[in-house]
Design a protein around this ligand. Structure first.
Ligand code: F0G
Length: 416
């Protein structure tokens, strides 16, 4: 008889890395399995869900279920991000309760730092001298910072002309070599994977299973902040599906170890111009969909999500939903989040826009409690803010040019 937990935990006393499709063990030299599947990390089964330690890092305080035995993690430190509520955002989405888990408060301004601390720690212990990633921007910023801390060379492959200014500035400033690929993210990822296979650089994209291990801690920290009272929904933006996969694995492990009795439903939100996963969900995942992606939310401008199978598993196991929202809905939600004094980058606001859309169609109930993950900081994409507020939307708030004259100031105060 097979143990139902075979799938979740390693059989022996050490963590193992094996293919999620054919279960072949990773040999440590390839970024994915010969069968085309992606590798997963399995840890030995602890007796109970480990009590988080007092570690400064919100990732390494869960170290026993991230990378047991990692003695010298490459850590900023990261995580321990705030969970906040604002009435303006709750009423905009029209749900019973709404929390925002602000992952933009990580050291490089996005949730990627949680995965990167684990991946770069693994790169160092496996003797890598150079690391690489393809990125829509945030992963490259994060890899730049962590590679610099570890003293590794970093190569980042980004889609030329399609990366937000803040992210490009970060990668350059942290010392990563930026390669602007004449193509989209999907082409950049193909190139980075080939470079990893043929030139031996360590690949730090979210197909790397250690990235998933680090990112699981977003879900655990969020639930801990709710005193482990599981909300009805957790909403997050979805691109390559690494984070969706991480949330699925975190919830699966927390339930298997008895930390939670039920899992929240995951709501993965895509931009309508980059929505292969939402299209496939509507067809009950009967086929793998790819598209040529276009959206103002450049972080999730991805047409061929790499973590497809594990993303599907996360949605199925949580009775989850995948939805697409327009760029207009994303940018309006962002303006509400921004004006509430919180702020996030465009892709992050897809979470709140998706909640609003599902509430309007009745899938999310009026009393449901929803946690939205804000994946990146407002300052990542200043051009998006300037462009939005220059437009004529109801929420737009453009700067006004005035003479250095007090009467001009008085006129502005009166107009309000
Ligand atoms: N939100 C932000 C701000 C992101 O940067 C990303 C992905 C996502 C959401 C989606 O996460 O890909 O795991 O489904 N950014 C990657 C990057 C692709 O290169 O920075 P996902």
């Amino acid at each position: 008889m097979t143990d139902p937990n075979d799938d979740l935990f390693a059989p022996g006393s050490r963590s193992i890395v094996r293919c999620g499709s054919c279960a072949r063990a990773a040999d440590g030299t390839s970024e994915s399995c010969a069968c085309g599947g992606l590798f997963d990390v399995l840890h030995p089964r602890p007796a109970v869900f480990p009590v988080p330690t007092g570690h400064n890092s919100g990732v390494w305080r869960f170290g026993d279920l991230v990378m047991p035995g990692a003695s010298t993690p490459v850590s900023w430190p990261e995580g321990r991000t705030p969970l906040v509520e604002r009435e303006a955002v709750r009423s905009y989405a029209n749900v019973g309760q709404l929390w925002m888990k602000h992952e933009g408060m990580n050291p490089t301004g996005s949730f990627k730092d949680r995965g990167m601390t684990a991946a770069v720690t693994d790169a160092v212990r496996s003797g890598a001298t150079a690391v690489a990633c393809a990125s829509t921007g945030n992963t490259s910023a994060s890899l730049g910072a962590y590679a610099s801390m570890a003293g590794l060379r970093a190569l980042v492959f980004v889609p030329q002309g399609k990366v937000a200014l803040g992210k490009l500035a970060q990668a350059t400033a942290y010392g990563a070599k930026t390669l602007a690929v004449r193509g989209d993210f999907d082409a950049a990822l193909d190139l980075a994977r080939a470079a990893s296979r043929q030139l031996g650089v360590y690949l730090a994209n979210s197909i790397n299973p250690w990235r998933i291990e680090g990112q699981k801690t977003i879900a655990w920290e969020l639930l801990e902040q709710l005193d482990w009272n599981v909300p009805e929904w957790i909403a997050l933006p979805a691109g390559a599906l690494g984070n969706t996969s991480a949330f699925g694995k975190a919830l699966r492990e927390a339930r298997a170890l008895g930390r939670i009795a039920r899992v929240p439903r995951l709501l993965a939100v895509q931009a309508s111009g980059a929505a292969p996963f939402a299209t496939a969900f509507a067809e009950r995942f009967s086929r793998r969909v790819t598209v040529s992606a276009e959206t103002a939310a450049t972080a999730i401008r991805i047409g061929n999500p790499a973590s497809w199978d594990r993303g599907v598993r996360a949605i199925r196991e949580t009775d989850g939903v995948v939805v697409a929202v327009s760029d207009g809905e994303i940018l309006d939600a962002k303006a509400v989040i921004d004006a509430a004094g919180i702020g996030c980058e465009p892709a992050s606001a897809a979470s709140v826009a998706g909640v609003k859309a599902l509430r309007a169609q009745g899938t999310i109930g009026p009393d449901d409690r929803v946690a939205c993950v804000l994946t990146g900081h407002l300052l990542k994409d200043p051009d998006a803010v300037v462009a939005y507020h220059a437009g004529g939307s109801r929420l737009s708030n453009p700067p006004v040019e005035i003479e250095p004259d007090l009467r001009a100031v008085a006129r502005i105060l009166e107009a309000r």
